[in-house]
Design a protein. Structure first.
Length: 285
C-alpha cells in the first residue's frame, strides 16, 4: 500500500480514541464516519501497526493513512455516464436522478467511473473518485478527482468554499421573489440564497416556481430542508413535504445545474452548466 498522509500526534493531555482524534487530521478524510471506514479497511496504521477502532493514541504516535491497491479484476458497474469536462486531473460528469453517488451498493456512480473516464497520465494517478455528493433523487453535475493530489486539493477547495454550486428546483406555493434562508440544520449554521425565475398558477399546488439556489454551506439535504422550512417544499419530495402536496412518480425536481471554480492546477476558470431535465421543461418550457 502507498502512504497518502502522515501525522505525528502532538500534546493531547490524555489518551484518546483514534477515531475521535483523527477527525480533521487527514486532508482526504474529514468526517468521523470516513475515519471509521478507513480504519476498518485497514488503511490506517499507528506506529507501523494496523489500527483498530478501539485503539487509543498518545503524544508522539505516528499515524499513517494508506491508499488501498486497486484490484485488477475488480468488477465495475456497467453504466454509461455523460462526461462534460475531463483532463488528467479531474472530470465533471452528469449524475442522473435515481442513482447513488457512492456507498455500500454496487450500482453507484463511484463504481462506474473507471469505464467512463480516461486514466490520468500523471504519476499519482488513482481510481477516480467523487469529491462531493448529490442525493439519490437529485440530478446534475458531479466533480471527480483523478489523481491523489487532485482529490486532496479539490476537497480543500470545497472546505474553503472556493467551488460555487448553482442548483435549480421547482418548489410549491407562493414565495418571495428572492431571499436568503438561514435555518440551522443539525444544530449547525446553514445558509441558502434563492431567486425565483418564473412562477405559474397550479390548480393542485397553488403555485409552482422555478427557483435558482446558491447553497453557502453544505449540510445534508440542505436545499430540501431550507425550502421546506419556509413552506415551499420541492416538487416531488417525499421526505420534506406538505400534507396532500406530494407529486408521485416523477421524482424530485432538484437539479445541480452549474459548477464554477478556478482549476487548481492550471488556474483556468472552469464553468460547466447542464441543462434541466425534460420533466422541468414540461412545466417551464
Amino acid at each position: 500500500m502507498k502512504i497518502l498522509e502522515t501525522h505525528i500526534v502532538k500534546t493531547i493531555g490524555k489518551p484518546i480514541r483514534l477515531q475521535e482524534y483523527a477527525v480533521g487530521v487527514f486532508k482526504t478524510i474529514n468526517t468521523k464516519s470516513g475515519i471509521k471506514k478507513a480504519i476498518k479497511k485497514g488503511v490506517v496504521k499507528v506506529n507501523d501497526k494496523t489500527a483498530t477502532t478501539a485503539l487509543h493514541i498518545n503524544e508522539g504516535d505516528t499515524i499513517e493513512l494508506f491508499q488501498l491497491e486497486e484490484k485488477a479484476n475488480q468488477k465495475q458497474f456497467e453504466f454509461s455516464l455523460e462526461v462534460l469536462f475531463e483532463d488528467d486531473y479531474l472530470a465533471i460528469i452528469y449524475k442522473p436522478p435515481g442513482i447513488l453517488v457512492s456507498g455500500n451498493s454496487f450500482a453507484t456512480i463511484d463504481n462506474a467511473l473507471m469505464q467512463n473516464l480516461q486514466k490520468s497520465a500523471l504519476t499519482d494517478t488513482t481510481r477516480p473518485r467523487p469529491v462531493h455528493r448529490l442525493d439519490y433523487p437529485t440530478s446534475g453535475l458531479l466533480l471527480i478527482g483523478k489523481t491523489t493530489e487532485s482529490i486532496i486539493v479539490l476537497n480543500q477547495l470545497f472546505e474553503k468554499k472556493e467551488i460555487q454550486k448553482t442548483y435549480h428546483a421547482i418548489c410549491i406555493g407562493k414565495i418571495e421573489r428572492n431571499g436568503e434562508i438561514n435555518f440551522p440544520i443539525d444544530d449547525k449554521k446553514a445558509s441558502t440564497s434563492f431567486e425565483v425565475i418564473q412562477s405559474i398558477e397550479s390548480p393542485r399546488f397553488g403555485f409552482l416556481n422555478l427557483v435558482k439556489l446558491h447553497p453557502k454551506t453544505g449540510r445534508k439535504h440542505q436545499l430540501r430542508k431550507h425550502l421546506f422550512s419556509i413552506g415551499n417544499p420541492i416538487l416531488g419530495d417525499k421526505e420534506y413535504s406538505l400534507e396532500n402536496k406530494i407529486l408521485k412518480g416523477k421524482g424530485l425536481f432538484l437539479h445541480a445545474s452549474t459548477l464554477t471554480f478556478i482549476h487548481p492546477f492550471n488556474n483556468e476558470k472552469i464553468t460547466i452548466t447542464k441543462e434541466f431535465p425534460k420533466k422541468f421543461k414540461k412545466i417551464f418550457p
